[in-house]
Design a protein around this ligand. Structure first.
Ligand code: HEC
Ligand code: HEC
Length: 160
């Protein structure tokens, strides 16, 4: 009986983590992101910008993005059918519906919530024009832990 308890505890902890990794509507407005990674996505989606954590968009957005990689924001980012499926499955599994509308934007930066946090607030408009920032989608320019899904306000440094 001695080791049954630790095993049971480990199983319970693992299932609690699994439940936690899947975010639904309830995380709306909260800064928490799942820091899960997928090697294929890391390899295929980080060449032109950071590999965005899947919790940044709802499943419908990821499906649209992955369904149109041949015309991806003016570039061709298409993949083999197998790679596309693996990455789509991963993104959909860890998606999150944190946005304030039911829309499925192609851009994280088009989300209502993103705009509320970043535009017209404490970030001066001139910051977005800096060479070190380039684009609102360049999360890691300011969020030190962006690639790990960490957007905690204590880990923000706006570059000069
Ligand atoms: C060949 C280069 C390239 C590759 C590879 C690529 N992207 Fe992109 N992606 C872009 C460009 C260019 C933009 C638009 C950047 C901008 O306007 O700031 C973009 C923007 C995005 C955005 C919107 C960011 C925002 O502004 O909110 C998402 C989401 C995205 N890409 C996901 C992916 C995923 C998922 C993959 C891997 C399957 C991928 N990208 C691979 C070039 C690429
Ligand atoms: C120019 C710098 C900059 C860029 C680029 C940027 N952010 Fe932010 N972000 C900030 C600042 C500053 C705040 C704090 C705003 C506030 O609390 O009012 C913030 C807040 C946030 C928060 C809320 C954090 C909290 O604890 O409330 C999240 C989540 C977030 N950003 C995600 C993103 C994502 C995702 C991207 C890329 C698609 C991104 N940010 C790009 C500067 C930036």
């Amino acid at each position: 009986m001695k080791f049954i308890k630790p095993i049971l505890m480990a199983v319970l902890a693992a299932s609690a983590m699994a439940a936690h990794a899947k975010y639904n509507g309830e995380d709306r407005g909260r800064p928490v992101m799942p820091s899960v990674t997928n090697a294929k996505m890391q390899a295929e989606c980080s060449g032109c910008h950071m590999a965005y954590p899947p919790g940044l968009l709802p499943a419908a957005s990821w499906k649209k993005i992955m369904g149109g990689l041949d015309k991806h924001f003016g570039t061709d980012a298409s993949l083999s059918a197998a790679d596309n499926k693996e990455i789509t499955d991963y993104l959909v599994k860890y998606e999150s519906n944190r946005w304030t509308s039911n829309a499925a934007p192609l851009r994280i930066t088009d989300g209502e919530w993103f705009k509320a946090k970043h535009m017209g607030g404490e970030i001066n408009a001139s910051v977005w024009k800096r060479e070190s920032v380039k684009s609102p989608g360049n999360c890691s320019a300011c969020h030190q832990g962006a690639e790990k899904g960490d957007f905690n306000e204590h880990n923000i440094r706006i570059p000069k």
